[in-house]
Design a protein around this ligand. Sequence first.
Ligand code: SF4
Length: 322
Amino acid sequence: MQQTRIDQGTAYWEKFMARWPDFRSLANATVDEVLKEWQGLGYYSRARNLHKTAQIIDADFPESHPTELDEWQSMPGIGAYTAAAICSICFDTPVAAIDGNVLRVLSRFLAIHEPIDRPSGRKPLEEFANAWVDSENPGRHNQAIMELGALTCTPHAPDCENCPLSSACASRHMPHEKVTLPPFKQGKTIVLDIALNFHIIVHGNQILMHKRPDNGVWGGLWAFPSAELPFDKQSEPFDVPEPLEKQLIARGPCGTPVKHLLSHRRLHVQFWLWKSPLKNKSGLGDWKTWEEAETLALPRVLERSWEDVKKSASQNASKTTA
Ligand code: SF4
């Protein structure tokens, strides 16, 4: 209901529940049927995730359904807030369901001025919320705080006079028309500029391709061996990976430098061409022809520059050594 009016959403909900009243029946539907019923609501990944969740429950919990927080949180599309809401409301699990309304109420109640989208602000809020939750009636407690945020402690005109938390609220005496009340957000993520050098190491008609570790950027994808440098060091390209360092002959820059934006980093990408007289097993990767390399799963940044660097590499290969 985040971006949907309640009367519009209710009509969908009633139709949906009439057609698939439980997980078993939803699991037996096709995803196309589910999407069709969802049509017009937007957020289609939610429909797909709901369908996948129903299928997992049908397969893994044939006689029942999950009741534990971590079981729910392992379902597709269900995060900490939804899992806490389900478990507290349906199974009386004493855990705080923290949505935007709750964050607003609690950050004002405690007068937290640290950004709530950073651990310094978020952690004390979560600790307080979980300690405060009513262990007898966690579902009612959570719904009450959400409702208080939606109806009383509203973003721009909190009704402190009629608020049941007023006597203990640290923000109640703040002149709202003059002071900006919490919550505060740090907002935009700071984007770091990073120089990324890709090294195209060529032996005959083959290039060295490296499978990136699962736990980093582009985890599990293939790329040229690479090195990251602080942005101001970009002009120093010869940071070629050590196992090959001594045998390589530098050929110089290759193709056109590009910029590539990730969530926290702006990559300034350059390609450098090297000739390897030996086809050593370097531990850095596998030797592939360009055609073989093209069939591998590549990061988008390489896909975009592939034809350009391939052409430049083949033109440079015939020139004299730099
Ligand atoms: S007293 Fe005012 S600021 Fe504090 S929680 Fe209630 S409505 Fe919000």
